[in-house]
Design a protein around this ligand. Structure first.
Ligand SMILES: N[C@@H](CCC(=O)N[C@@H](CS)C(=O)NCC(=O)O)C(=O)O
Length: 198
């Protein structure tokens, strides 16, 4: 194995974040498709990441990195995607916010698609989607200020792309027009076009 090997699935927004960083900084990755489920652990994947989650990145020497924020920083740390000084901490905070949005949206989806119907808990879904709405409001303020392109922008684009993919009826654009402009711009980048969720 000459290039790092990424355990991936095409619909994962966390995987997309890693693939975009890799493309932006010119890192080649070998892709290994796996089905990651919180219920049925995939043996090959748990050997790589004991949490059974994607993305996980196996390096040519055999060592494995996870989760997405660690992998992205490994691939891009020395590039402008990770600025210096206070700008770095702001970029990482925006990445954390976008990751948190994706986690909440994913948990709400697991509740409505994986959990058997009689056991579902609507308050849980509402609570997770409330987190999504609160995160969108702060993302919108951040997007008004941003003129750069860093890991925070990439993560934000992945989070918004995931909402469009899994929650097409959410209509977040009506409440957050600045975010709508932001996403229109970022989705034209070749790394975003090449990694559309599927
Ligand atoms: N914090 C993790 C989250 C990764 C994550 O939740 N990935 C999902 C797929 S989108 C997954 O592997 N789910 C299976 C599970 O939760 O067991 C990261 O940033 O890598």
């Amino acid at each position: 194995m000459r290039v790092p090997c990424l355990y991936f699935a095409a619909p994962s927004p966390f995987v997309r974040k890693v693939r975009i960083v890799a493309q932006e900084v010119g890192h080649e990755l070998e892709l290994v498709e796996v089905f990651a489920s919180p219920i049925t652990l995939h043996e090959g994947l748990t050997n790589a990441n004991p949490l059974g989650r994607i993305p996980a990145l196996r390096l040519p020497g055999g060592e494995v990195l996870y989760d997405s924020s660690v992998i992205c920083r490994y691939l891009g740390e020395t590039t402008p995607l990770y600025p210096k000084g206070m700008a770095l901490w702001r970029a990482l905070r925006r990445e954390a916010l976008a990751d948190g949005l994706m986690e909440a949206a994913l948990l709400a989806r697991y509740e409505t698609t994986l959990r058997p119907e009689p056991m579902r808990w609507p308050e849980w879904v509402h609570g997770q989607m409330d987190k999504v709405r609160h995160a969108l409001a702060v993302m919108c303020d951040d997007a008004r200020q941003g003129k750069t392109y860093d890991i925070g922008d990439i993560a934000t684009g992945c989070a918004l792309g995931y909402l469009d993919f899994r929650y097409p009826d959410l209509d977040w654009r009506a409440d957050f027009p600045e975010l709508s402009h932001f996403v229109e711009r970022i989705m034209t980048r070749s790394a975003f076009l090449a990694t559309a969720l599927d």
